[in-house]
Design a protein around this ligand. Sequence first.
Ligand SMILES: [Zn+2]
Length: 274
Amino acid sequence: MPKVFYITTPLYYVNAAPHIGHAYTTLAADILARHKKRKGQSVFFLTGTDEHGANIEKIASQAKVGQTEWVDRVVGQFKNMWAELGIEYDDFIRTTEERHTRRVQEIFERLHKRGDITLGTYEGLYCLPCENYWDAGDLAPGNKCPVHDRPVETVREASYFFKLSKYQAPLLEYYAAHPEFLAPPRRAKEIINFVQAGLRDLSVSRTQVRWGIPVPFDSKHTIYVWFDALLNYITAAGYGAAEPGRFQALWPADVQLVGKEIYRFHTVIWPAMP
Ligand SMILES: [Zn+2]
């Protein structure tokens, strides 16, 4: 099977209705997909939604609806918007779909068996809207999240960790060997500096979040929403599925569009993960 031009939008988080930023990125992807199709290339254009995590739990409860009802509602809004804008995606993946959750559990288990995921304790400064811990040095004055301008909380929990530190040297070698991997160049420099400064292992499970994919061998934990979500780019492409050749024809993606807030996740954690 010849290589298909594979383009992805970010996986949109369904904490709120879609806005102009989502439209901007998705239109850009749609334009590129149409351009490639017009030139006769086979194209696979993926978009979708990121639906798990503490933030969705909280927002659904504030809205006095179940999590499933909440995510279904917002997914409907995204799909309506893409229909109105004439976006011609080839697939729309939801992280609550079985085709995704099953593969995420398989990958988590495999990384655990391989020793790339181990159990430990995490204590950190957490921002709920970010779904992410912050380094003290990166906080705004008053111990505030620099993105949301709200105080972070100290959270301590048992957690599985992904050995991201082990991939510092391989990542730097990869960036050096594939200068086209990181774009634009200004962002590439930031990422290389960040990785050169040293990588810490990444907490990839939560005991206090129920709205997530369960860790298959330890039901007290759910899988951290970012670890879950990033894998959509391969689960949608048929990774681990019984369709011979499909994944090989798609992967690696040719273009992955991401916003600057999530660039680091996509350029450091994502290439180290599977
Ligand atoms: Zn934040």
